[in-house]
Design a protein around this ligand. Structure first.
Ligand SMILES: NC(=O)c1ccc[n+]([C@@H]2O[C@H](COP(=O)([O-])OP(=O)(O)OC[C@H]3O[C@@H](n4cnc5c(N)ncnc54)[C@H](OP(=O)(O)O)[C@@H]3O)[C@@H](O)[C@H]2O)c1
Length: 243
């Protein structure tokens, strides 16, 4: 399997690259915007490719995606550069990647997009939200409003696309704790968190799940074995939670 990771030097991406590159017959190409990151990417077992979501045209990304089976989008402005840059990277950068995949002649790669907790239409209360969730959501809006809006717009753009297969993963707030291999997969409350290692684990499992196409999957800390929880969710095929 040939894989490209956009945001290749990110904290989740390096963990994901390590997992995928250690598999037999899997080649990982990690897209970075800064050649100073090449050594870290190579140490994770991946081949660095230099492109910027903000500065490189979609045609250059399409060249990299040609011949790939799978593309991950795990990039993000990380709140650096204010609302304008957040929109540029987290929304417009994601759309650039969707457009680039559409430019690839078939067979096109699948896309797995890393979205976020509480990405949704804020005019409607999700039926499973408790009052505590609503309060936490209001806090998240205050601290991360432009980020969550950029992520929501990217998700909304993606779910309309039919030219390639995609899956959206929405992790809870990320930590640098050790991975547990355990999680809750499915509708989540907002008081949880999940380690970047467990998110990388989930993303690596999704590499083998083309049957997750069209699904939006939430993941947070929990007691279920990740493989089993993900498998059960995908088999249920729940599709009503895109926005
Ligand atoms: N933090 C949370 O609690 C949370 C929760 C849910 C979801 N997420 C999402 O999870 C994903 C992974 O998170 P993470 O912690 O691994 O993020 P991270 O460590 O901040 O990595 C993001 C990567 O995106 C890259 N990037 C930024 N601008 C770019 C550009 N113009 N062109 C190419 N690459 C660019 C950064 O490159 P540089 O290293 O060069 O800056 C960085 O390596 C992100 O999509 C994030 O939004 C985060």
């Amino acid at each position: 399997m040939n894989v490209a990771i956009v945001g290749g030097h990110g904290n989740v991406s390096l963990r994901l690259a390590r997992r995928l590159a250690s598999r037999a017959n899997t080649k990982v190409f990690s897209i970075v915007r800064n050649s100073a990151h090449n050594d870290d990417v190579a140490a994770a077992g991946a081949t660095p490719v230099e492109l910027s979501l903000e500065d490189s045209p979609k045609e250059k990304f399409a060249e990299v995606f040609t011949g790939k089976d799978l593309v991950y989008f795990a990039a993000g402005a990380g709140g650096k550069g204010g609302a304008e840059r957040t929109r540029k990277v987290d929304f417009e950068g994601a759309v650039k990647i969707f457009d680039a995949i559409e430019l690839v002649r078939e067979p096109r790669p699948r896309l797995i997009l890393v979205s976020s907790i509480d990405v949704r239409d804020h005019s409607k209360r999700p039926p499973h939200y408790t009052d505590a969730d609503v309060k936490k959501s209001e806090e998240l809006q205050k601290s991360l409003g432009s980020y969550l809006e950029a992520k929501h717009q990217a998700d909304l753009d993606l779910v309309r696309r039919t030219a390639f297969k995609w899956t959206i993963l929405r992790p809870a707030l990320l930590t640098n704790d050790e991975g547990t291999g355990r999680a809750h997969v499915g509708k989540m409350h907002l008081d949880g968190s999940i380690s970047r290692e467990d998110v990388a684990h989930t993303l690596a499992l999704l590499a083998d799940r083309p049957d997750a196409a069209g699904l939006t999957i939430e993941v947070t800390n929990g007691e279920d074995k990740l493989e089993d929880a993900l498998d059960a969710f995908i088999k249920k095929g729940e599709t009503d939670w895109h926005s």
